[in-house]
Design a protein. Structure first.
Length: 219
C-alpha cells in the first residue's frame, strides 16, 4: 500500500487533543449519540441494522466505556489513500484485529462496490475490523479520555492491517495501519461528554483535517 510524502497531510493543531482529526482520507457518513446501554438509537440505516458498541469492540476491555458517548462513522472511497492515522495523541492501550464475514458476491452501484444486505447483525459490526484504543490521559496534549478507532474492512475487502503496539505512546496524526485493497470504513468513538462538535459535512476530507472539537474530560 502506497505511502505519501511527509507534509502532504498536515495535522491540525498537532499538540492539542481538543481538535480530533480525520484518521483517513474519507467522507463522514454518520454521527450518533450512544445511549446508556451502549446502543445507537438510530438502529437502522439504509436497511442495515446496527449492533451495539459492545459487539463492535468485541473482546475489548473498553467495550462498556463509551456509554452516552459519540459514534462517528466515515467511509473511504476505493481510490483514496488507504493508510490510517491517529486522531488524537496518547498511549495505545489495545491494538487487535477481529476477523469477520467476507461476501464474495458483491454488486456495483454508481461505480462503487456494494456490501451484502444480509449482514443482519449490522454491517460495520460483522466485518473484519481492527480495534485501537488510545488513552489521552497519558498525553501532554490534553485529557479527553479514551478514544477508540476502528478501521473496518468492508464485506469485499477484509484486509485490515494494524501497526500500532499496545503500551506505546503515539502522536496525533501518526500512522497506525492500513487497508490493503478497496473502499473501507473507519469509526471513531468518544466517551461521554467529550465531543462538543462533530463536523458531519460529507465533503471529502484528508487525514489530519479537523473532524471533532472536544472538551477536556473531568477528573
Amino acid at each position: 500500500m502506497r505511502e505519501i510524502n511527509g507534509g502532504l497531510r498536515p495535522i491540525a493543531e498537532p499538540a492539542s487533543n481538543l481538535v480530533a482529526t480525520s484518521p483517513a482520507d474519507c467522507r463522514c457518513q454518520h454521527a450518533y449519540d450512544i445511549d446508556a446501554e451502549s446502543n445507537i438509537p438510530a438502529t437502522k440505516v439504509k436497511n442495515r441494522k446496527y449492533g451495539t458498541i459492545k459487539q463492535l469492540l468485541e473482546g475489548s476491555a473498553y467495550s462498556e466505556s463509551f456509554a452516552r458517548g459519540t459514534f462517528v462513522h466515515c467511509m473511504l472511497p476505493v481510490h483514496a489513500y488507504h493508510r490510517y492515522h491517529l486522531p488524537v495523541a496518547g498511549v495505545i492501550k489495545e491494538s487487535f484485529r477481529i476477523n469477520g464475514k467476507v461476501f464474495m458476491q458483491v454488486g456495483i452501484e454508481n461505480h462503487e462496490l456494494q456490501a451484502s444486505e444480509s449482514a443482519s447483525s449490522g454491517y460495520e459490526f460483522s466485518q473484519t475490523r481492527g480495534v485501537v484504543t488510545v488513552d489521552a490521559a497519558e498525553s501532554d496534549c490534553g485529557n479527553i479520555g479514551v478514544v477508540a478507532v476502528i478501521p473496518v474492512g468492508m464485506a469485499h475487502v477484509s484486509s485490515v492491517v494494524l501497526t500500532s503496539v499496545a503500551g506505546k505512546h503515539m502522536s496525533k496524526g501518526e500512522e497506525f495501519g492500513y487497508f490493503q485493497f478497496g473502499g473501507s470504513g473507519i469509526i471513531i468513538l468518544f466517551q461521554e461528554g467529550v465531543s462538543r462538535e462533530i463536523d458531519t459535512s460529507q465533503e471529502f476530507r484528508l487525514v489530519g483535517t479537523p473532524v471533532a472539537r472536544c472538551r477536556l474530560r473531568s477528573a
